[in-house]
Unconditional design. Structure first.
Length: 133
């Protein structure tokens, strides 16, 4: 099997597990949590897009989002994504570091104004960024 095929299988498995978790939350009546989980990544993308244009974020820090997006979309990683458990760890660490750098200069009120999702998800973003709410 090629590395590309294994990576696609791994991504497909993660996507399936993600959708299954969202579905379970809906079935057990936790629709708000299901919406927060389903929309977390898109909400973060919207937040970053809005922050890039916000004067609270220095341009040098906002420019970090471009290489991050390139790295995340690249099939070449420090640790290949198909390696169980730790394969996605390098991606998660980079996202957390860039999140901290980009968001740290902003006040929580600025982040709240740009956040499109539920407040519970914003609390997760603030905690990851090390921002005091």
């Amino acid at each position: 099997m090629s590395i590309t095929l294994l990576a696609l299988i791994a991504v497909g498995g993660l996507l399936l597990a993600y959708l299954l978790l969202v579905g379970v939350l809906v079935v057990v009546g936790r629709r708000l949590e299901a919406r927060a989980l389903a929309g977390f990544v898109p909400d973060c993308a919207v937040l970053f897009a809005r922050l890039v244009r916000d004067p609270c974020v220095p341009r040098r820090r906002a420019a970090l989002l471009i290489p991050l997006a390139a790295y995340l979309s690249s099939p070449i990683d420090l640790i290949p994504d198909f390696v169980p458990v730790i394969g996605l760890l390098d991606d998660a660490i980079l996202v957390a570091l860039v999140l901290r750098l980009v968001v740290r200069g902003c006040r929580p009120a600025d982040l709240e104004a740009h956040w499109p999702g539920p407040p519970s998800s914003l609390r997760v973003v603030l905690a990851l960024a090390g921002v005091q709410a």
